[in-house]
Design a protein around this ligand. Structure first.
Ligand code: NAP
Length: 441
């Protein structure tokens, strides 16, 4: 029997569990730990609330979760409640699938001004992540700046631009829906430090901007390279650039819409300006030099009362686990960190790729674990963890507990919405009729 601990119950965690069950059948026990009482990580807290079809992948994880040899161990913070070393005593392999929940910093003056947020915080707010539910962004000015040219920048711009009716069928949390409905933002400027050919936006997501009820994307055609050069792009980017060309050609419909989403290419933020709160971004015009953005010395201001930087994520360090600060992930060689300790998904490779990319990643790490641990040692696994939890007074959440939380969220849904998420950990736990958790936890 192999005893495997997976830390993190997002896509990388569940695909790895699926791979472990495929690899060893009955001869494995997998415990999936999560700091929250609720599973599915990025699917619940990262994927946009109006992208319900993407969230549907959690049904596949449910099937894995309900297999007899896989167990959810929620509301246990690995690193504080239990250490990685303690888990290594109990399991043949500990696999960190903790994703990349922290924001990469811009490293600019003014970044810490009120109403400047990283995308992890802002996305966490509208998705009801307990760490960010109280963010309370002010949406009471005319212009928001979104920094970055990836899919997260698109998510954030789209969420800021949508009308209340366009959130029908989504699971956006009510506090965000109400705040967005009252928002006075009418101009959303997406800053890209490079040009249209260098965007990291995928066609489906970019195309959505052209179909919004009250908002319209605007691209300056002067920013677009000669159309013949699009042939050199890989097909996805070529399609995305095609959308930009359509947006550039269709300026007229913007006059009929309340909100404009402006693409400002070759625009690198230099500083966030403001006294008590952000009121502008200082931007330098760039040009491309061998694919890299270099400043031209032309500097201008974009007045804005809200700034959201969507420039990528980083893995949160865990005590005593080697960390690669430059790349914002655990220090590893093809997923191996140290004997018996592994990482997978964004925690291994950084925040790139689609949700599906984590599946081959999970299978690859299990192949390595299989080669390393053979038949497995005689580690105690689950009963050992239960004894440790009892000694430490840790009351963990099982998958059946999550199913009760899930039912309560579904029952609380506004009309047309799949669920109303609990946004506080004590409310999640309160559903189970257990005593409230220690507030110091
Ligand atoms: P991303 O795709 O890596 O994009 C980050 C963007 O930030 C790039 O345009 C990058 O520009 C820019 N950037 C980085 N540092 C910067 C700086 N200092 N100043 C200005 N701009 C800077 O990251 P992401 O948007 O966070 O997405 C993460 C992953 O999740 C991606 O794989 C994405 O496709 C995926 N995702 C998918 C979906 C979906 O499929 N619906 C939704 C959300 C996220 P450079 O290129 O110049 O470095």
């Amino acid at each position: 029997m192999r005893q495997i601990a997976i830390v993190g119950s997002g896509p990388a965690g569940y695909y790895t569990a699926e791979a472990a069950v495929k690899q060893w059948g009955e001869d494995v026990h997998v415990d999936i730990f999560d700091a929250l009482p609720v599973p599915f990580g990025l699917i619940r807290s990262g994927v946009a609330p109006d992208h319900q079809s993407i969230k549907g992948v959690s049904r596949r994880y449910e099937a894995t979760a309900q297999s007899d040899n896989v167990r959810f161990v929620g509301h246990i913070n690995v690193g504080t409640d239990v250490t990685v070393a303690e888990l290594q005593e109990l399991y043949d392999a500990v696999i960190l699938a903790t994703g990349a929940p922290g924001d990469r910093k811009l490293g600019l003056a003014g970044e810490d001004l009120p109403n400047v947020f990283g995308s992890a915080a802002f996305v966490g707010w509208y998705n009801g992540h307990p760490n960010f539910a109280d963010l309370d962004p002010a949406l009471s000015h005319d212009t928001a700046v979104v920094i970055g040219n990836g899919n997260v920048a698109l998510d954030v711009a789209r969420i800021l631009a949508k009308s209340r009716d366009e959130f029908a069928g989504s699971d956006i949390v009510s506090h965000a829906l109400d705040a967005l409905h009252a928002s006075t933002i009418r101009r959303i400027v997406i800053l890209g430090r490079r040009g249209p050919h260098q965007i990291a936006m995928t066609p489906k997501e970019l195309g959505e901007l052209g179909k919004l009820a009250r908002a319209c994307p605007r691209v300056d055609r002067a920013d677009l390279p000669d159309a013949a050069l699009d042939d050199s792009l890989e097909p996805g980017t070529r399609k995305s650039v095609g959308h930009l060309r359509t947006f550039a050609a269709n300026e007229a419909p913007c006059s009929e819409k309340d909100v404009v989403i402006e693409f400002d290419f070759f625009a690198s933020p230099r500083a966030i300006l403001g006294e008590d709160r952000v009121d502008a971004v200082e931007v330098e015009r760039t040009r491309l030099d061998d694919g890299r953005a270099v400043g031209t010395g032309e500097v201008y201001r974009v007045e804005a009362g809200l700034v959201i930087s969507c420039i990528g994520y980083q893995t949160s360090p865990i005590a005593e686990v080697p960390y690669d600060a430059k790349n914002g992930r655990f220090a590893n060689e093809d997923g191996r960190i140290a004997p018996g300790l592994y990482c997978v998904g964004w925690a291994r490779r950084g925040p790139t790729g689609t949700i599906g990319t984590n599946r081959p990643d999970g299978f690859a790490i299990i192949e390595k674990v299989a080669a390393d641990i053979g038949e497995g040692a005689t580690k105690p696994g689950r009963p050992g963890f239960e004894a440790l939890a009892a000694r430490k007074g840790l009351d963990f959440i099982k998958f059946t507990d999550w199913q009760k939380i899930d039912e309560a969220e579904i029952a609380n849904a506004r009309e047309g919405s799949p669920r109303e998420k609990f946004v506080q950990v004590d409310h999640m736990i309160g559903t189970l009729g257990r005593k409230q958790p220690d507030p110091a936890k």
